[in-house]
Design a protein around this ligand. Sequence first.
Ligand code: NAD
Length: 440
Amino acid sequence: MSNICVIGTGYVGLVTGVCFSDLGNTVYCLDINAKRIENLKEGIMPIYEPGLEEIVERNVEADRLFFTTDYQEALKDAEFAFIAVGTPSGVDGEADLSYVRDAAEKIAAVIDHPIIIVNKSTVPVGTGDWVSDIIRKKRGENSLEYYVVSNPEFLREGSAIHDFMQPDRVVLGAIHRQAAESVAALYQPLRAPVLITDLRTAEMIKYASNAFLATRISFINEIANICDELGADVREVADGMGLDKRIGRTFLDAGLGWGGSCFPKDVKALAHMAVLHGTHPQLLQAVMEINRNQRRRVVMKLRNLLGGSLVDKNIGILGLSFKPDTDDIRESPALELIHLLRNEGAHVKAYDPQAMENTAHEIPDLQLCKNPYEVAQDADGLILATKWNEFKQLDFKRIYSIMRTPVLIDGRNEWDSKSLRALGFTYFGIGQGNHVSAIE
Ligand SMILES: NC(=O)c1ccc[n+]([C@@H]2O[C@H](COP(=O)([O-])OP(=O)(O)OC[C@H]3O[C@@H](n4cnc5c(N)ncnc54)[C@H](O)[C@@H]3O)[C@@H](O)[C@H]2O)c1
């Protein structure tokens, strides 16, 4: 069993630390956010992630999982230091590496024994070498044995524990193969395929994977928009395509487009890297443009349905998180919709099972409701923005009776159009080939 330090207790760091300790390792989870650490010590989770709390509790009790803000304490016996801090978008779309730099400098300042530094944050190609340089410079002559390994993370929020424990693959990049093999040994109990590459290739695998998934979604959204105009149904088109083994069905659900803490910033950062090095990432640019337009298109449809203007219309939003089973609202399509609708003069109210607290910080004057029915009350339009289970089977008779104008925009193609139309609703899904005419 190994001694591990995980730096950053966000979605990736906390899940990584907790899962490694569940595999029997001794893990120190470290964060600069003192409140977060204080809460974790008291068993209060900083994020909503199904199953996380139980595993934390179990491993704290077993004396294998510790929380601290102190680098010295966290790295005292560590053989591995995982960096899992945020890498948000900078002003030009580049990845902001200031948190990674800070973590690397702080590691360099305290280590006094050989260590493997593992980059789990999503970082631009070349960052592994840069982290190595930071440590070498900081320690000067006083250098000791250390290695940098890239280990990009592929977990999905909402199923993060499962994804960590049963990964499709573990990617490790390193200059020294032996260092990568030592990290591979930590994952050995998971029995997942391990791919060992050089540092830069591992870093690129992460960006290319996210960009590819975002491309699939933008592709099917473009097809959906064409379906709408031509009277075809994109859901069946995706089924038909997906049966082809070369294509597969995943990431072919048309909707409001991709959001979240990863795809938007990672596609942007990859395009930025490409431009910086003299290539023209035309496909990536189109993928981003299609995504931006997807939300605007829905607002346009709603405006047309409501007689050409959204001024003083009451619009309800169901779902705020960027996807179900998380409280993460970073780059959530729902938030962009709210912004666009309010810009056009609409009054917006919303409900989400987990993301209300985060939303209240982000948009303090947004009217938040206790349940979907409060959202629907007197609404002129109701938009399904996030595919939470609790929105799947609503009492639509009741909703019909309390809305001012019974217009439903099914941004996730989740509801049954036939039965809703039979109840009297004007229903619009994404790419279902429904032509839209204004309500009298
Ligand atoms: N969230 C995901 O689903 C996901 C999936 C795969 C990869 N990633 C990547 O993993 C990285 C982390 O993402 P996240 O969503 O977990 O981020 P997050 O914003 O949820 O958490 C980052 C944490 O790092 C802490 N931190 C920042 N600087 C620090 C420092 N110098 N020392 C110690 N702690 C510090 C912050 O206080 C915060 O708690 C990013 O690069 C992201 O792109 C995220």
